[in-house]
Design a protein around this ligand. Sequence first.
Ligand code: ATP
Ligand code: MG
Length: 316
Amino acid sequence: MRVAVDVGHGWVKAVASDGRREMFPALLAPEPAGLDLGPLGNGVHWVVVRETGREEKYLMGEAASRLATHNWTQDKAADPATLALVLAATAMLDAQAPLELAVGLPLSWFGRQREALRQALWGRQASVRVAGREASIACERVVVCPQGVGAAVHALQAGAIGEPGYHLVVDVGYRTTDWLVVEVDRDGAPHGLADLAGTVEQGIHDVHLATARGLEADTGVSFREAELAGATVVAHGREVDLTPYRDAPLAGLTDEIARTVHVRMGDMVPKLRTVLLAGGGGQELAPRLRIGQAPHRVVPEPMWANALGFLRMLGC
Ligand SMILES: Nc1ncnc2c1ncn2[C@@H]1O[C@H](COP(=O)(O)OP(=O)(O)OP(=O)(O)O)[C@@H](O)[C@H]1O
Ligand SMILES: [Mg+2]
């Protein structure tokens, strides 16, 4: 079975060759000390990873939002939490042997870390218990893909990139924004332009951070970023609408990303035929984000773009 897992800094998106999908916040918290709450416990949200001589147990996804902070590691291959999220997502898809796995790295980290991440997952054998399922996982083939390229491959596959010319793909995530220019030549063949691609360390998390600061100033209550993913929060027994706290930071992030990508692309901006927006952040910023005058479009299923592109790169 083939499985692609996009372990984003915000959300894990996993797709399988049989069409199954799973998405959950990329949050893990170590087992908290406390009482066993029986039927009100967080049983289904635990992930237990067992390998030879080692067992790790975490609270995962939504259930960890009050206890966990998003993982900002720069070295994904050496990070047990990243590897546990990959294994948990694979187990949730009920992946059957032989397992072929695709995972991603932000564009500008890709060259440096791809081999280490591949080695960290390849041949790995683990028993994983999650959401009431127990799965035995052994990765027989591992492909590491660059994230923005996954989104571009998905956009090509979905027919969102077609006409000859330059197309800019912007994948706005929780922590990072990957951008990449794809040139479609006169014969219709696509080529990624390596000198016109990169990662900007800006994403929706910057909005959550500013929202948390504003809320704390007004209410005196501090919130973790992951608690601000919804439309409202409760402070002092009162439901607080997050919209006024989010609006200005959202506009600020949109302008900042547009400016940064514009500066890095220089005189290529007026030559673009289209701008394709991907990632959950791409969808969220789409009403405002403008880079030059070319038509802007959101790719189909923007949040799944990388995972679907990775699956394609595995040969599906
Ligand atoms: N249905 C949705 N569920 C969750 N988040 C959504 C949804 N629609 C849009 N979003 C936005 O998408 C953001 C996450 O985007 P995405 O999953 O592309 O980031 P990521 O891949 O986790 O991060 P990065 O690429 O930086 O590692 C969320 O912070 C939220 O603002
Ligand atoms: Mg992403």
